[in-house]
Design a protein around this ligand. Structure first.
Ligand code: ADP
Ligand code: MG
Length: 238
């Protein structure tokens, strides 16, 4: 586990600035949701924490370490995307073991890690299947399994449930929360769904057009919104 400190971060693509000085402090073990309308910069910020996008100005620290110039694989974060991004030609077990193999972990250690993650996520009966033989929910669980086996300091989720139907989404929300209670890994969870953001978070970050409008626990945002945008965004149905 580690804290994540985002300090006055700017991001431009070419001449277009899309993040205009974002600061967020995430405590060790905290579950933070990043919420806001489509295009407000949530994915860009998450990708900067992961190291997939360069920081134009400002800094990001994971634990004590400023990571602006640290390569993604040196950051000890694991990201889960909405489109699963599983390798179709690999089994569930191979998908989960792949990143460990890249890290040079021994076969025995990797097998043990995969078993442990599969047990936590109820994937033990599916380890020899291929992604095409899985349901959407099962695939999403494998994507989470791939993140868990690496035992990262920080989990980054980018709208992981948006491809699932409503019923499964509610179930997976609960599973992700349970997982967090069990592992206590610092988590940054991006969603455009305010219900998801409100029910899952220790702390919510409300973004709008590349800035942070408000940061606080769900009830505080609900009771004392800083402005009309937060009030209408948090208060309106998903
Ligand atoms: P969100 O995840 O909140 O929907 P994004 O972070 O994906 O928003 O995008 C924020 C803004 O940055 C949008 O205006 C988007 O078009 C722009 N953007 C994102 N990625 C790129 C890119 N690689 N090149 C140019 N513009 C981009
Ligand atoms: Mg996005």
């Amino acid at each position: 586990m580690a804290s994540v400190a985002i300090g006055d971060v700017y991001k431009s693509f070419g001449t277009v600035e899309v993040l205009h000085g974002v600061s967020v402090n995430i405590n060790d073990g905290e579950f933070v949701t990043l919420v806001g309308p489509s295009g407000c910069g949530k994915s860009t910020l998450l990708r900067m924490i992961a190291g997939l996008e360069k920081i134009s100005r400002g800094q990001i620290a994971i634990g004590e370490r400023v990571v602006n110039n640290v390569a993604p694989k040196e950051r000890d974060v694991a990201m889960v995307f909405q489109n699963y991004a599983l390798y179709p030609h690999m089994t569930v077990a191979e998908n989960m073991a792949f990143s460990l193999m890249l890290k040079g972990v021994s076969k025995a250690e990797s097998d043990a890690g995969v078993q442990r993650a599969a047990e936590i996520l109820g994937l033990l009966p599916l380890l020899t299947r291929y992604p095409r033989q899985l349901s959407g929910g099962q695939r999403q669980r494998v994507a989470m399994g791939r993140a868990i086996v690496r035992d990262p300091q920080v989990f980054l989720f980018d709208e992981p449930l948006s491809n699932l139907d409503a019923k499964l989404r509610v179930q997976m929300r609960a599973e992700i929360k349970e997982l967090h209670q069990r592992l206590k890994t610092t988590t940054v969870y991006v969603t455009h769904d305010q219900i998801e953001a409100m029910t899952m978070a220790d702390k919510i970050v409300v973004m709008h057009d590349g800035i942070v409008e408000q940061i606080g626990p769900p009830l505080e945002l609900y009771d004392k919104p800083n402005n009309l945008f937060v009030a209408s965004f948090i208060g309106s149905p998903a």
